[in-house]
Design a protein around this ligand. Structure first.
Ligand code: GLN
Length: 493
């Protein structure tokens, strides 16, 4: 693989935690090795906006103390994790990679951040993203792009590019991202790691800075399917602080990883194979064969409605964003640029604080919600959203899971799509429909494509179909080209 020197082996999270729990390895040692790698190589990659080394050292020392005292240090004891910088961390800057949040420190932790700490995971820092998670390449960050560890001239995908690249680079075995239209799955595919968007409501959004609230969902990045399942079990489950949180415990996907796919009905979304690059479409065909050989019943399915998801998304997501981002007024958060009166202060703050992509979304969203246009744009998009959900429902009458490319192509060069927003938006063509429907979907590294870069295949499932999704993902992982994913050492699934 090109740039292989930058893709370091990382132990599987569960193997690390088992050794820390058994007292064979100290959490402090594990952390120091992660911090050392970050120190050595993140100058070039820029996965992190902030490394919280001191806090991490105290957390790791506390884990070691618990192990020594015979207390339960948690299922992810001593596992270093990275947090997308749109997840609130108490007293630690949370920037959304935007100037408008300059200097702001949240007074509370996101629910997922608290659950990770309670499980013994050690947060090492906050990762770079497209500003407010708007983008597919991490290039719209106010702090500069993240580079893909497989090839430093290419993007890691986005918007959770920092988290995906941090796992691919071997800095941390686990990371969290958020996925509104593909922002976990797309960068996972481009970086050769596993990325999961859970069913809407399975993971609490409390403390996730809102982009498009009806679509946003937090989820895992990991080097293996099993590690992703373990992380989902820690972060998922009901939370009274999020009114859209489902009254259920986290899906227990670790239990089904060895169940295989005998008899599982798998539909290959044929509509997505026409425009995908040859390597991405070919990976889906090869993945279908792996599942069929393992006993799944695999067939093509036509769901043409899904291709309209993108247009609906780029009306609904900006509409919700324009409302959510109204709160950055120069008074309550971060940056303030003074003016002669409040309105001028507000306008100057927003003009200076937001980058061009965020401004484009706010203007687009405000326009589609305005009187006279509301029904033609926003209303119409909501009707298309319903059609997408119905089309999925029809397909899931016949199939347990669906198979598709995650992305139309492998990682593209830095700068290749920045001049044309539509080109950038098209990177999410195959991931957006699951967000519109609220369904789970995940990307599994499967093959090497053009230029020796990783290709992910996407497994989609109906609402709360995580267990079937993980069964298929585990079989795909076992049948994948081993060189297609960022290397793992230290433990089998
Ligand atoms: N790339 C899509 C967008 O720009 C999706 C982003 C995301 O999932 N956060 O809106």
């Amino acid at each position: 693989m090109s740039g292989s020197a930058d893709v370091a082996p990382v132990a599987s999270a569960r193997a690390l935690a088992a050794r820390v729990r058994a007292g064979e390895l100290s959490a402090v040692e594990v952390l120091e090795s992660a911090l050392g790698e970050i120190e050595r190589r993140d100058g070039e990659l820029h996965c992190f906006n902030l490394v919280t080394a001191d806090r991490a050292r105290s957390a790791a020392a506390e884990i070691d103390r618990k192990v020594a005292a015979g207390e339960d240090p948690g299922p992810l004891a001593g596992v270093p994790v990275a947090l997308k910088d749109n997840l609130c961390t108490r007293d630690v800057p949370t920037t959304c990679s935007s100037r408008i949040l300059e200097g702001w420190k949240p007074p509370y932790d996101a629910t997922v951040v608290g659950r990770l700490a309670a499980a013994g995971a050690v947060s090492v820092g906050k990762t770079n993203l497209d500003e407010f998670a708007m983008g597919s390449s991490t290039e719209s960050s106010a702090f500069g792009p993240t580079r893909n560890p497989w090839d430093l001239g290419r993007v890691p995908g986005g918007s959770s590019g920092g988290s995906a690249a941090a796992v691919a680079a071997g800095f941390v075995p686990l990371a969290l991202g958020s996925d509104t239209g593909g922002s976990i799955r797309q960068p996972a595919a481009l970086c050769g790691v596993v990325g999961v968007k859970p069913t809407y409501g399975v993971v609490s959004r409390y403390g996730l800075v809102a982009f498009a609230s009806s679509l946003d969902q937090i989820g895992p990045f990991a080097t293996t399917v099993g590690d992703a399942a373990a992380l989902l079990e820690v972060i998922g489950g009901h939370d009274a602080m999020d009114s859209t949180s489902l009254a259920l415990s986290a899906p227990r996907c670790s239990e089904v990883l060895d169940d295989g796919v005998e008899g599982l009905r798998v539909g290959v979304i044929a509509d997505f194979l026409d425009d995908a690059s040859l390597d991405c479409a070919g990976a889906v065909r090869a993945a279908a064969e792996v599942l069929a050989a393992a006993g799944a019943k695999v067939e093509d399915v036509a769901i043409p409605e899904l291709l309209h998801g993108l247009s609906a998304y780029y009306l609904i997501a900006p509409a919700e964003a324009s409302s959510n981002l109204a709160r950055y007024d120069g008074v309550r958060f971060g940056l303030r640029v003074d003016g002669p009166d409040v309105e001028a202060m507000n306008a100057r703050t927003r003009a200076a604080g937001f980058g061009p992509e965020v401004k484009r979304r706010i203007m687009l969203g405000t326009y589609v919600l305005s009187a006279g246009y509301y029904d033609a744009y926003y209303g119409q998009a909501q009707r298309v959203r319903t059609l997408v959900a119905r089309a999925f429902a029809r397909a899931y009458g016949q199939f347990d899971v669906l198979l598709a490319p995650t992305t139309p192509s492998v990682a593209f060069p830095i700068g290749a799509k920045t001049a044309d927003p539509l080109e950038m938006y098209l990177a999410d063509l195959y991931t957006i429909p699951s967000n519109l429907a609220g369904h789970p979907a995940m990307s599994v590294p499967f093959a090497l494509g053009d230029s020796g870069l990783p290709v992910g295949v996407q497994v989609l499932a109906p609402a709360l179909g995580e267990r079937e999704m993980f069964r298929a993902a585990a079989v795909l992982e076992a049948g994948a080209a081993p060189e297609a994913r960022a290397p793992v050492t230290g433990g089998a699934r």
